[in-house]
Design a protein around this ligand. Structure first.
Ligand code: ADP
Ligand code: MG
Length: 270
């Protein structure tokens, strides 16, 4: 006597939490019968749908968690506009190998050259690979940390900052830290260094100026740099601001005056 397993298939998939398999069971079974699939092909196909849906959901959550100010990708980056940038190095980073090596990424350069764009693009890549990434400006992180101290939850905050596979600190150096902020940020850098967790940093300041950024504490600044640069890929972008270039092009179209002074521009970093 045969057991009517057909009736329990959907129920079983539901109980196992394989909801996409359950929803697609009928249509995939019909297709399998029509096309004469083997049993293993049928099962593999059904599970593949479930795994893909789960991955998409995870990527969506990772992108929400990341708090990117905008979504950017490397396809949208015009490398010809920035000849000082080594595209091969960037292509290598896209493989994600730097994450397993605990290598950091440091993007230096004046405003508008694409540092934030590239940091976000790398972060999006991490999210799409199924890993957590967290984007914040260095000053915002300093504020988060001092708030955590005030609320007696620094330990938890420092722990939380260890979780993302990549931590992106944007705009280090636009504003100098006070001594407390500097030492808190230093702790984050040390903790992640000790655990081999990568950090990506963008900065408009040369390394020689980081002492000022770290509340004039040059010892702390060089200790931070020591850890950050132990394993790091550094980009020194020396080109012209993409924003100004864009506007200059637009100006050339409308009034024929290609040149514009940076003082006339409201060129804030994003
Ligand atoms: P930075 O962080 O160095 O100040 P951003 O990454 O904020 O510069 O770039 C300013 C704007 O110009 C952003 O909208 C960014 O997407 C765009 N941008 C900068 N460089 C490029 C580039 N080479 N190709 C395409 N867009 C660029
Ligand atoms: Mg920026």
């Amino acid at each position: 006597m045969s057991v009517p397993y057909e009736a329990s298939a959907e129920d079983g998939l539901d109980k196992l939490g394989l909801h996409v398999c359950k929803d697609r069971l009928d249509s995939v079974a019909q297709r399998a019968a029509a096309e004469g699939w083997s049993y293993t092909h049928f099962l593999g196909y059904l599970l593949d749908g479930e795994l893909r849906a789960r991955h998409e959901k995870r990527v969506e959550l990772n992108l929400q968690f990341a708090k990117f100010p905008a979504l950017k990708d490397l396809e949208g980056f015009d490398f010809s506009a920035q000849p000082s940038l080594d595209k091969r190095l960037m292509d290598e980073l896209v493989t994600g190998r730097y994450l397993s090596e605990g290598r950091n990424v440091i993007l230096l350069g004046p405003p508008g050259v694409g540092k934030t764009h590239l940091a976000i693009a790398l972060g999006v890549q991490v999210a799409q690979a199924g890993n957590r990434v967290y984007f914040t400006t260095a000053m915002d992180l300093a504020h988060q940390l001092t708030k955590a101290v005030d609320q007696n939850r620094l330990h938890r905050k420092l722990n939380a900052l260890m979780q993302p596979r990549l931590l992106i600190l944007d705009e280090l150096g636009y504003l100098a830290f006070d001594p407390v902020q500097a030492s808190l940020l230093f702790q984050v850098i040390c903790n992640r260094y000790q655990k081999g967790q990568s950090i990506a940093i963008t900065s408009n300041k040369a390394f020689s100026e980081w002492g000022q950024v770290f509340a004039d504490d040059t010892v702390m600044a060089s200790a931070a740099l020591d850890r950050l640069l132990h394993r790091a890929t550094v980009f020194n972008i020396r080109g012209e601001s993409y924003r100004l270039k864009d506007r200059r092009k637009a100006g050339a179209h409308t009034n024929g005056h290609g040149e514009s002074s940076p003082l006339e521009q409201n060129d804030h970093p994003i």
